[in-house]
Design a protein around this ligand. Structure first.
Ligand code: GDP
Length: 300
């Protein structure tokens, strides 16, 4: 088994390749939940949904979120009724959020709710929320702290930020399922997800770093030069006090990483890093990178 640490875009692109090469039951994905939020009474878990939909074969891989060919009838009517949902949630996607909200209100752990949803959607990989207790990433702006989703989805990242904070009523602890998956794996792969908003929240869950130190860990950089392949990672890295680059990314992982992979195009020299083509612009490129990583792990 291989365990992946994932957000909602970079690592899922790698998982797109992995699921063609591995039995999905041999894949566990520990997923960031620090972007979760309640919207119109329903529970959004954007990164869990992306990973779950990928394995269910229904992900919209044009956007890397939501369900392919979804409709927006409810979202449009809700807007006409005067409710400003700043995230355009599709109708089928919303059904998942309704179901998860209901499960959580009935007292299910997020881990159990995710398992039930995966079963219903026929996603066979093991999708594991990093923790069962709520934790949220906020960014610091001149007008105060705002939820990361508000920063990125509502304001399109077009707001100066000078800090990143995680808020939770209790310190987040990795679930037993997460630790067991890491321990039972042949290797752990940290995909090219946002180091600040996707991977660091997982690393901050008590127990994860210790488990990673005992494992073979391979990490893939989401940066080429001083820019990420997509998204707001550069501004977030700087607000997090880190250099926006592969070197800055490695500085967050170096206490446990065994192999660090940088793109062949990356002008930033990182000593000891392995160079591969990490630009997963299509299914074939995802497959190639997945093959290269499996060769590293299994030497075949
Ligand atoms: P989010 O939850 O939607 O923010 O998604 P992730 O955190 O999983 O992934 C976002 C990161 O993926 C960004 O920092 C991108 O630079 C990175 N990314 C997206 N596509 C690729 C790719 O093809 N190759 C690499 N190396 N990084 C990518």
């Amino acid at each position: 088994m291989i365990t992946f640490l994932s957000g909602g875009t970079g690592t899922p692109k790698l998982l797109r390749g992995m699921r063609e090469l591995l039995d999905e039951r041999e894949i566990a994905v520990v997923v960031n939940t620090a972007e979760d939020m309640w919207l119109s009474g329903n529970h959004l878990s954007p990164d869990i949904d992306t990973v779950m939909y990928l394995f269910a074969g229904i992900l919209d891989t044009g956007k890397w979120w939501g369900i392919r060919d979804d409709t927006y009838i409810t979202h449009d009517l809700v807007a006409r009724l005067g409710i400003d949902e700043f995230i355009a949630v599709g109708d089928q996607d919303r059904a998942v959020h309704v179901a998860r909200g209901e499960m959580l209100r009935r007292g299910m752990r997020l881990t159990e709710a995710t398992k039930a949803l995966c079963r219903s959607l026929a996603a066979r990989a093991t999708v594991l929320p990093m923790t069962d207790s709520p934790v949220t990433t906020y960014v610091c702006t001149q007008k105060g702290e705002i939820h990361f989703q508000e920063y990125w989805v509502k304001h399109r990242g077009d707001v100066p930020i000078d800090g990143v904070v995680r808020r939770s009523s209790e310190p987040p602890v990795a679930t037993d399922e997460v630790i067991r998956a890491i321990e039972a794996s042949d290797a752990v792969v940290i995909g090219p997800s946002n180091p600040v908003t996707s991977i660091s929240p997982i690393l901050e869950c008590a127990g994860v770093k210790e488990a990673l130190r005992r494992q073979c860990v391979i990490a893939v950089s989401p940066f080429i030069g001083d820019a990420p392949v997509s998204g707001p990672a550069a501004a977030l890295m700087r607000a997090f006090g880190k250099e926006a680059s592969s070197a800055g990314t490695l500085s967050l992982y170096e206490e446990f990483v065994d192999v660090f992979i940088q793109d062949i195009r990356d002008p930033v020299a990182v000593e000891g890093a392995l160079r591969l083509d990490t630009l997963m612009v299509n299914r074939g490129k995802s497959l190639d990178l997945a093959k290269n990583i499996l060769t590293l792990i299994y030497g075949c």
